[in-house]
Design a protein around this ligand. Structure first.
Ligand code: AMP
Ligand code: GLY
Length: 424
């Protein structure tokens, strides 16, 4: 079968590598892809929001299955466009991707269906938001309603900070139309865990858990990023917690979407916080996490094509979803200055060190091949170095060892990915 992947980051590289392992797949295309994805897929320079070009490409190549990795095209309705053209597509339709696309929608859904989450109010008027914030308890969390590259969340310690936040989100529109509506949410504390799941409209099957590190600097300092590293599984996500989440969060979310006439097929990524009052939903995403996919997918034993097809066909209850009984850690190599300003086009060396090394992966996030064949940096997050181990400590040591195999002039990474493992 011929598969087309839409996206071009570390997540899509991990998806492409998983798909390439399937015996059913003869050819993979990736739009636009990157220098690493090129090793397993034919890449074409079509952007993720160029829906008509993507559809025409898929028709021309006779694509049997399209897999959409990124949030923007899903929220924008690429699945609907491809399905209308008769192309089987893995990823929720527009009316279901709203679960990620609108935080106000997802909060209202959770409230209506009694799914545990932080208390909140939605505002589409800045004056009303300010009046509310004047008498609120601090810290408090402000969230732009729509997609904002993971950056539309502000934690405010005082009314002064909140005023500044309202200005940024609702008045200055720092996150564009995403800030037309704003969610004001109770500040929660606890450990975070990412649970990704496959969903076929009615059945939900969770993957092994993971934990991200969103801040740019060691000790969870610095700005929020797309994610600086991950480990899987999370030792804090116990069987007991998993059971609670299945009963009160995962299945209820899938059932709620169906009840609303927004049947969800694809990936639901549950961003959870393990609070003193039990697990609560921080956010939903309608796709694999990045860099969660880079630690979860290398540990998946089941053929990913079988699972994706079962999601489309509504037969996920018949799939036995299995993961290896080991661990993985991913350390992101970024360009110094990310997530603010950084140089691009810097040559990267050392890729050959990964050749023939089982259990080690060099996922490309922001890379590009120049005309003379040199691979150069082309983004803030450049590479995701993943290693497996028999347990988390071994995986972490292996991943950090492998980060030394790669060199580029402004290479930056966090040195404390997986520090929480020591507290488990
Ligand atoms: P989100 O994009 O909604 O996951 O938010 C990004 C990050 O902000 C989360 O991973 C948390 O670290 C933090 N965050 C979001 N909502 C809250 C909250 N209600 N309380 C505390 N931290 C939060
Ligand atoms: N790593 C968090 C995300 O993909 O949203």
């Amino acid at each position: 079968m011929k598969v087309m992947i839409v996206g071009g980051g570390g997540r899509e590289h991990a998806i492409a590598m998983s798909i390439a392992k399937s015996s059913k797949v003869e050819k993979i295309y990736c739009l636009p892809g990157n220098a690493g994805i090129e090793e397993v897929a034919e890449c074409a320079p079509i952007g993720p929001m160029e829906f008509e070009k993507i559809r025409d490409f898929a028709k021309e190549k006779g694509i049997d299955l399209a897999v959409i990795g990124m949030d923007d095209p899903l929220v924008g309705g690429l699945t609907d466009v491809l399905e209308e053209a008769g192309i089987r597509t893995f990823g929720p339709r527009k009316n279901a991707a709203i679960l990620e696309g609108s935080k106000a929608f997802s909060k209202d859904l959770m409230k209506k269906y009694h799914i545990p989450t932080a208390a909140y109010e939605n505002f589409d008027n800045a004056d009303e938001a300010l009046a509310y914030l004047e008498t609120a308890n601090y810290p408090i969390v402000l969230k732009a309603d729509g997609l904002a590259l993971g950056k539309g969340v502000l934690i405010c310690n005082s009314f002064e900070e909140a005023k500044e936040g309202v200005k940024e989100i609702m008045l200055d529109k720092k996150f564009g139309a995403s800030g037309n509506t704003m969610v004001v949410e109770e500040f929660m504390t606890g450990r975070e865990v990412s649970v990704l799941s496959f969903v076929d409209g009615k059945t939900v099957k969770t993957m092994t858990s993971a934990q991200d590190h969103k801040r740019a600097k060691d000790g969870d300092e610095g700005l929020n990023t797309g994610g600086m590293g991950t480990f899987s599984p999370s030792p804090f996500y116990t069987e007991e917690i998993a059971k609670y989440c299945e009963e009160y969060i995962f299945q209820p979310t899938v059932d709620a979407m169906r009840a609303e006439g927004r049947e969800f097929k694809g990936i639901i990524f549950f961003g959870l916080m393990l609070t003193e009052d039990g697990p609560k939903v921080l956010e939903y995403n309608a796709r694999f996490g990045d860099p969660e996919a880079q630690v979860v997918l290398p540990r998946m034993k089941t053929d990913i094509i079988d699972v994706m097809e079962a999601c489309i066909d509504g037969t996920l209850d018949q799939v036995n979803l299995e993961f290896e009984d080991n661990a993985a850690v991913c350390v992101v190599l970024a360009s110094d200055g990310y997530p603010v300003a950084y140089e691009k086009g810097i040559p990267i060396t050392g890729f050959e060190n990964f050749k023939g090394k089982d259990g080690y992966y060099c996922f490309h996030a922001g890379t590009k091949k120049t005309e003379d064949g040199t691979i150069v940096t082309n983004g803030g997050r450049v590479l995701g170095i993943t290693a497996k181990g028999k347990d988390l400590k071994e995986a972490r040591a292996n991943a950090y060892k492998a980060t030394e195999w790669i060199s580029f002039a402004n290479k930056y990474m966090r040195h404390d990915i997986g520090k929480a493992i020591d507290e488990a």
